[in-house]
Design a protein around this ligand. Structure first.
Ligand code: ZN
Length: 439
């Protein structure tokens, strides 16, 4: 009896250990998120995008640099008198992580001001080993004894690309074989990039000098290949949105994503069986391609909101086209989607935009101001008060509060008799209404 008791107790303890092993919280590895800050102030427009890696030391470094940039921007700029003359700060990112968790981040800081002859550019780069959480230098990436061959390549490329702007004596002084002379660099799966501040090479060259070398030609110490992204399958069949053109419609639209909150937003839309339109930024498409695929599978529509949120209406034609076309291309390449609509940044449209894109331009009729208002109920109020048939509501899928507000907005608008449409459906409804009387 005693023996049996011990065996039962033993089995009980073993099963407890097994169960607790399944239940014990594993240190969950958090995925890198892309943070976006967009401000449309009377004095300045700001658009900042940066990765949050959940490696504390690295995140602190990046965030403190961003705060410094923001403060110094407001110290020097951001006091324009006219709305169209407002100074602009745009910080964009490049993020790459190898299969061994070596992380390369480049932040591009762009300032457009009427105080400057040309928009100014500079870059900040960060390299970290995600496993050891240690910073990485150029010497950790290259075989030191062969670095001379890399310098030869840089010299050749610079002479080819920047021959007219570079003073050869400056170039020779710059290209030494000491790693310390190359503080700005980044890489992805195909290329290694070296950046040089323009003032070190030529006095009046308006752009940052970038030399791009194919990875396979370089004497690297470590592999820079990437894990293939896992494709996420969406579960459950989603029915197509059936709209009665005789009944009132409203279009929910979300700008500046995708982000870590987009998934929550599309799940809320799915819960209420409604669809919306997401005006996405091209620079975030690759990092959130799974959530975009899911959004498309749930019959949401994707629109184009530029590549990195530069103020489109004052860019040159070539930069404007690049902002729009790069986003079209990356959506086509990663999620096989071609948007039909463009929502210009800061809601600012001019003839130059109209003439230089085939996309239809869509603004909004109701602004929830969710980028500024922190109170969820105030956002809900903005999105549900005096809403008219055919309204287009502007929200942003980069805030948790917008997701929380959405969960309240949909049932209220449904109660008011609205059907939810995408921008394409709204256009379709308007066409049909040419023939049908609205109730
Ligand atoms: Zn925007």
């Amino acid at each position: 009896m005693k023996k049996k008791g011990i065996i039962i107790l033993g089995l009980f303890i073993i099963s407890l250990i097994i169960v607790s092993c399944f239940l014990c919280p594993k240190k969950e590895e958090k995925k890198t998120e892309i943070m976006t800050i967009v401000e449309d102030n009377p004095d300045a427009v700001i658009s900042i995008h940066y990765p949050k890696t959940h490696i504390q030391r690295l995140d602190q470094k990046i965030e403190s640099d961003i705060v410094k940039q923001y403060i110094s921007f407001y110290e020097q700029y951001g006091n324009s008198d006219y709305l169209m003359d407002r100074d602009e700060l745009n910080i964009d990112y490049q993020y790459y992580e190898t299969e061994d968790k070596v992380i390369s981040i480049a932040l591009t800081v762009y300032i457009h001001s009427y105080k400057l002859q040309y928009p100014s550019w500079h870059i900040k780069t960060y390299h970290f080993n995600g496993k050891t959480e240690k910073e990485m230098q150029l010497k950790d990436l290259f075989q030191e004894e062969k670095f001379g061959t890399v310098i030869d390549k840089i010299r050749t490329m610079m002479m080819e690309e920047y021959r007219d702007s570079i003073l050869p004596e400056n170039l020779e002084q710059l290209l030494s074989d000491d790693f310390i002379h190359y503080p700005y660099f980044s890489f992805d799966q195909d290329y290694f990039y070296f950046y040089f501040p323009e003032e070190v090479l030529a006095s009046d060259y308006p752009e940052m000098i970038t030399v791009k070398l194919p990875i396979e030609e370089l004497p690297l110490k470590i592999k820079l290949s990437k894990n293939k992204p896992k494709q996420v399958q969406t579960s459950g069949k989603i029915e197509e949105n059936i709209i009665d053109p005789k009944k009132p419609v409203v279009a929910l639209t979300f700008d500046d994503g995708p982000s870590a909150y987009t998934n929550e937003i599309i799940e809320i839309l799915k819960k209420y069986e409604v669809c919306a339109t997401f005006f996405v930024l091209g620079n975030k498409v690759e990092d959130y391609q799974d959530v975009l695929r899911k959004s498309i599978a749930y019959h949401n529509e994707l629109g184009n909101h530029s590549y990195n949120h530069k103020w489109l209406s004052r860019l040159s034609i070539s930069s404007l086209k690049e902002q729009v076309e790069k986003t079209q291309q990356i959506l086509k390449d990663t999620v096989s989607y071609q948007p039909k609509y463009l929502r210009p940044t800061y809601g600012s449209v001019n003839d130059r935009i109209r003439k230089n894109t085939d996309l239809k331009i869509v603004l909004w009729t109701v602004d929830t101001k969710d980028w500024k208002i922190k109170n969820i109920d105030r956002i809900v109020e903005k999105a549900t008060t005096n809403i008219k048939d055919g309204d287009i509501i502007l929200m942003h899928d980069i805030f948790e509060r917008s997701a929380k507000a959405l969960d309240k907005i949909i049932p209220i608008l449904k109660e008011q008799g609205f059907q939810f449409v995408t921008i394409s459906e709204l256009e379709e409804v308007k066409k049909l209404r040419g023939y049908i009387q609205v109730e």
